[in-house]
Every structure is written in C-alpha cells, then in structure tokens.
Design a protein around this ligand. Structure first.
Ligand code: SAM
Length: 281
C-alpha cells in the first residue's frame, strides 16, 4: 500500500516521502519511531515526526559533525557521543585510529533497529572494542561522569521530547566541565532558515560557559531548508581558525577517504552566510 510520510517543517510547509514499505513503526520507551523505504533516499528514519537520517545522504552530516572537531583538535583520544543511536557518527569517529569512544544514547530501540535496518550506518562500529555504548540520558551522564573528553559530539534529536534537555544551559555547563583543556563541543543545531531561534538560543545558553563559541554550516538534502548549523564551543579560539594546510596535513595523516568532508570544506564551513551571521549577537 502506498503511503506518504510527511515532516512538518513550518506551519503550512511539509516535505513528504512516498513509501510502499514501512519496515518498523512503534512507540519506543522514549519516542515514536518509523523506518521506511523510499525509492530515492533508500531507508529513512523518523523520530517523533522528524527526519533523522537516510541511507542516501547520511554521509554528509556524519562526516561533518565528526571530522571537523577531531581534526581541528589534532590529538583527540577520548571522544564522547551523546545520542547518535543510528551509529553513523560512531562509524566516522572510529575511522580515527587513535580514538576511543563512549556513546551515550537514551533509546536502546533506536540502536537495535538501526543495527537491523541501517547496517551500513554503523558498519560494525558497535562491535569495535574501542566503543563503549551506554544506554542512558546524556544530561545525566555528563552531570555524573568524572571522565575528561577531548571532543564531545551531540548528535541529538531536535529540542522536543527526550532531546530537549540537550539544548539547556545546564547541559552545556556540564559538557564544559568534562572536556579536557583543549576540548571541543559540537552539537546539532537545526536549520536556521526555519529554526532561526535555535541559533540565538544556543548562543545565549552555550557561550557563557566557553571562551570561544560559534557555528559552522553543512547542507544536508533531507534536513531541508538550506544550511544546517552545528554549534561549536571550546576554550581555545585558535582551534576554530586553523589554516587549510594544517588541517590538510592531519587529514592526510588520518589516512582515510571521505565523500563530503575535505580540508577546504572544513575551513570554509566556519564562514557563515550573512542571514545566519545576523542571528548571532
Ligand atoms: N542526525 C539526526 C538529526 O540531526 O536530527 C539525529 C540522529 S540520532 C538518531 C538522534 C538520537 O538522539 C536519537 O537516537 C535519540 O534517541 C537520541 N537522544 C535524544 N535525547 C537524548 C538524550 N537526552 N540523551 C541521549 N540521547 C538522546
């Protein structure tokens, strides 16, 4: 049976996917999860009515949210992922040979269903001995842990449902406390063409806890509306402003290939379009 799955992005505006095949549709302990097939995008995951990831365009977001902070840091060993249950960020993070990774995801069903229906997202990364998967609330984890991380990547849902706490000042403050001296925090921050207030609110809540705070951009087809912003925070301003030559040398040393990320894109992504710059005070 043909069904159209819609995502309401703004009052009066939707994107819709045609599907003949719903693979999974259930309320988990935390959210409504739908996984279906679409002719163009392959398998698509929706949580609480919001598109999370698709087979076809996932590489863009996962490469940019992972390699930009890790290569900007230059010697990251201990990485924390909050959310990211589909395993795409974990896969990209573990491509860095010297890295070990703790991943804190609130919803075990997302991990289990992703292993089953999106095996290429994690590509075996959940079984990698360098991965420590913890099923817990990310807010609680960063409040209680005494570990220090070089990079924290927040691959969360939008600020509704269980993801809401990951957009609070309290969470950003706790992340700052468990970052190492040159540590970097990166968070998914929505599409500013539709969600302009997320840029303003995140800046207000995150910047008091760090010496340097800004955003970088990436365009992901199914996060429709042009660029999405990824928030960036660190106590070392220089990490955001490194030359393409420095990043190029580190990328070469890392020794893997990508499909979106390049050192040039990395450096350029911190140059913000004017309409986004204007949202930042
Ligand atoms: N890339 C997607 C995006 O940009 O919208 C996000 C994908 S990933 C599936 C989002 C994950 O964040 C979900 O699996 C969800 O369960 C998880 N999550 C939401 N709130 C959380 C919390 N408080 N602690 C840990 N994980 C959380």
């Amino acid at each position: 049976m043909t069904r159209w799955i819609g995502e309401t992005l703004y009052d009066g505006y939707q994107q819709r996917f045609k599907t003949e095949n719903i693979l999974f549709e259930e309320k988990t302990d935390h959210q409504d999860l739908i996984i279906f097939e679409n002719d163009y995008f392959g398998r698509v995951m929706v949580l609480d009515g919001v598109i999370q990831t698709t087979d076809r365009d996932e590489f863009i977001y996962h490469e940019m949210i992972s390699h930009v902070p890790i290569l900007a840091h230059g010697s990251a060993k201990n990485v924390l992922i909050i959310g990211g249950g589909d395993g795409g960020v974990l896969r990209e993070v573990l491509r860095h040979k010297d890295v070990i990774c703790t991943m804190v995801e609130i919803d075990a069903s997302v991990v289990e269903m992703s292993k089953k229906y999106f095996p290429e997202h994690s590509d075996g990364a959940f079984e990698d001995p360098r991965c420590n998967l913890i099923i817990a609330d990310g807010l609680k984890f960063v409040k209680e842990t005494d570990q220090k991380f070089d990079v924290i990547i927040v691959d969360s849902t939008d600020p509704i449902g269980p993801g809401e706490v990951l957009f609070t000042s309290e969470f950003y403050s706790d992340c700052q406390r468990c970052l190492s001296e040159k540590g970097i925090l990166v968070t998914q921050n929505g599409v500013p063409f539709f969600q302009a207030d997320e840029v303003t609110t995140t800046q207000e809540r995150m910047s008091p806890h760090f010496k340097d705070m800004s955003f970088y951009v990436v365009a992901v087809p199914t996060y429709i509306g042009g660029f999405m912003t990824l928030a960036w925070a660190s106590n070392d301003e220089a990490l955001r402003k490194q030359s393409v030559d420095v990043i190029e040398a580190r990328f070469k040393q890392a020794g893997f290939d990508t499909n979106y990320y390049t050192p040039g894109v990395h450096v350029g992504s911190f140059s913000l379009p004017r309409y986004i710059e204007k949202l930042i005070k």
